[in-house]
Design a protein around this ligand. Structure first.
Ligand code: FES
Length: 104
């Protein structure tokens, strides 16, 4: 339903290798531009409380800034200790310059 989609960023303000963040209600969302495609995940690491948007993005992998846990951005898959719970991944669509994510 239309109300499930929330604007979190402008496409023109995203840069390769950088991570944007947005808060929608009680959710924090990280937004990534990887090879020209926009992706979104939950922004809070599944290991402890750290923002992935403060982490390091390389080759489609986000590394948590706190204990270096790593997740595959496109799938949310946790890639091994210390993280073993996948991160939530959100559907993304572009409407003009607006980046919308589907939550819930
Ligand atoms: Fe992210 Fe520990 S809080 S790896």
């Amino acid at each position: 339903m239309a109300e499930d989609w929330h604007k979190v960023a402008r496409r023109s303000e995203l840069a390769e290798g950088e991570i944007a963040s947005a808060t929608v209600g009680d959710k924090q969302v990280a937004i990534y531009l990887i090879d020209g495609e926009v992706h979104a995940t939950d922004n809070i690491c599944t290991h402890a409380f750290a923002c992935l948007s403060d982490g390091y993005l390389e080759n489609g992998i986000i590394e948590c800034p706190l204990h270096a846990g790593r997740f595959e951005v496109k799938t949310g898959k946790a890639l091994g200790a210390p993280v073993n719970v996948d991160i939530a991944v959100y559907a993304v669509k572009l409407v003009g310059d607006d980046v919308l994510v589907k939550l819930g």
